[in-house]
Structures are given as C-alpha cells and as structure tokens.
Design a protein around this ligand. Sequence first.
Ligand code: IPE
Ligand code: IPE
Ligand code: MG
Length: 239
Amino acid sequence: MSSNERIPSHVAIIMDGNGRWARKRMLNRVKGHERGTETVRAIVRASREIGIPFLTLYAFSTENWARPRTEVMALMSLLKRFLTRERAEMMENDIRLNAIGDIDRLPDDVRAALDETLRTTAGNKGLRLTLSLSYGSRAEIVSAVREIARKAAGGELDPASISEETVADHLYTREMPDPDLLIRTSGEMRISNFLLWQIAYSEIFVTDTLWPDFNREEYLDILRAYGLRERRFGKVSET
Ligand code: IPE
Ligand code: IPE
Ligand code: MG
C-alpha cells in the first residue's frame, strides 16, 4: 500500500466459514477451525506490518455456546493452543493482547492461558489485538446499562448528564476507537450480534471467501478499497 492511502485505525473482522470450508473437503468442521487459525496468524502479521493500530477478531460468540459440545470443546482447546503458542511471537512483534466478552464463561484452563498472555503482553505498544470471546453485543450493552444505572442510583452520576460518551465508556471497548472497517468472510450479510453500538459508522466489506481461504492479498485489496471509499458521516459530499 502506498503511504498516501488512508489506513484504518481499527479493523474488526467476523471470521466466518470454517465449517463450510471443511464440509467442502469432506472433513470434520474442526479441521476448518484449525485452518482458520492459520488465517488468523497471517492477518495479524499483515496488520502489524501495515501499522494498523487496532485489530478486533470475532472468535467465539455467546450464541456459539449452543453448538455441539464436541465442537465447543475443540474450539476451546484450539484457543488455548493459540494463546500459548503465539505468546512468543506477540512479544517479538510488540503485540498487546486484549479480550472482550463474558470471559468468566471460558473453561479454567483457557482462562489461565488467556490471563497469562494478557499479562505477558500488557506492556507492548504495537498492534492492539482484541479477541472477542464468548462475546455478544447486546449482553455488553446490557451490562453497560446496569453499571450506569447502579451509578445513577448511588448518586455517582446525574441521569441528565448521560451522553453517548457515557455509554461508550461503559462498554468493553472503552479504550478503543470505533472500527473504521468491518470485514465479514463467507458471504453472510449479517452482523451476528457483533459490536452493534461501535459499528454505527463503520465501512462494511463482505467477501464470499471462506475464512480459511482468506489471505493477506485479499486483505490488502479490501484495505485499498477502504482507502477509496468516501466516509460522509451523514454530511454532504466534499467534492
Ligand atoms: C466461524 O466459522 C468460526 C466460529 C463461529 C467459531 P463457522 O464455524 O461459523 O463456519 P460456518 O459458518 O459453519 O461455515
Ligand atoms: C459469527 O459467526 C460468530 C463468529 C464469527 C465467532 P456465526 O457462524 O456464529 O454466525 P451466524 O450463526 O451465521 O449468524
Ligand atoms: Mg458461521
């Protein structure tokens, strides 16, 4: 990418299509998730090289707990392996890990691996990589509302002073800018309960490519296309 192209500050990705990738090859869905992990590595690396400050990946939704137990367990074990194996690479590349979602629902061993990686990478200053784990946007908003109501009831907060900023400050994403760019793989035209508040003005790209087949080249193409889009934020065109 040339230096005069606009680079998004925050890219969010709904990584979808692992199951279909596997089914097309008569493989178990878990094989698709394994290959999907390779794509995660490639996209994290590319993001770091390009100098994107924030990358947020939808890895496991609140709703995904309702999948067959064997698939949930396989996903948890893959997650644990990823968190452990990537720790060194994150340190080498100055990547700081972050996690959003109902983290307490994760199995203890996954939670321990996550805590360790969060702690180890806490001082890094480069790419801020956020994994959405057991994440649901409506649940996030409900918990923000509950906290704001608690403060109001306790006299800590004047209800009349509640603003958009107040709400944003009580979301898991409080320390991040809103995503400039939202990518979804595998062609599905839906949001699936991801960052509902935060994507109010995100540019959206949906590609038919299944997540395990998504790669650096296609990612760069989308980033280039993003650079050419005009973001109006409700105003009239500048040209
Ligand atoms: C995305 O791939 C990974 C997770 C949601 C955990 P899917 O597993 O949803 O793949 P498809 O949509 O069934 O192809
Ligand atoms: C969205 O994918 C969640 C993640 C990518 C983790 P799903 O495959 O769960 O979404 P739906 O069920 O097609 O909406
Ligand atoms: Mg899916």
